[in-house]
Design a protein. Structure first.
Length: 188
């Protein structure tokens, strides 16, 4: 059985506590993130929002914001997927007004944060899909290895570690973030 976005919306009405994605006609129920992965996402959203909001550059969202994207698996332009990166940025000129619904576009920046139960390959595949559909940059944050992988279409990924600085000049000129700032602090 193949599902559509309307089916997913119906399930969300019945089960608002579930976070779901629609991938090639299949509804995938996502488990909650581990605490550390969610904290890293919140930290990144804070750092991005501090830069983006004051300059009115666009919109930053977290893991619950759904993006309606086309299917590229079978060439059926009518088939659509609903995906939700952990963190997203959409330039202001692409989304001038926020919507009270899923948005039908691909974010300019999409971020996946590896949670305790995630495998790297599906995360990389999701990032590559978004890049093929028009995202400019994809990030894969791996708290286990303390790395940030930076993906751009048709380029080898760049691995950043503690001591490195994350920059996204094609999207956020002048913005810099020390990779070490992503990791949650330890309190005495």
């Amino acid at each position: 059985m193949s599902f559509a976005i309307t089916d997913l919306e119906q399930l969300q009405t019945e089960h608002p506590e579930w976070q779901m994605e629609l991938v090639e006609g299949k509804i995938i129920v996502m488990g909650p993130s581990d605490y550390e992965s969610e904290e890293i996402g919140a930290r990144l959203i804070t750092f991005l929002n501090n830069w983006v909001m004051s300059r009115r550059l666009g919109r930053i969202t977290g893991s619950s914001a759904g993006f309606i994207i086309p299917s590229i698996e079978d060439g059926d332009s009518e088939k659509r997927n609903l995906r939700a990166p952990d963190v997203s940025f959409v330039r202001a000129d692409r989304l001038k007004k926020t919507k009270r619904d899923f948005v039908e576009l691909v974010p300019d920046l999409m971020v996946e944060i590896k949670s305790k139960s995630d495998r790297i390959k599906p995360l990389e595949e999701k990032i590559q899909l978004f890049l093929q559909l028009g995202s400019v940059v994809g990030l894969l944050i791996d708290p286990d290895k303390l790395t940030v992988m930076v993906y751009r279409l048709n380029q080898a990924p760049v691995v950043l570690q503690n001591g490195d600085t994350l920059i996204l000049p094609e999207l956020l000129p002048g913005w810099e973030l020390a990779v070490s700032e992503l990791w949650p602090p330890e309190f005495e």
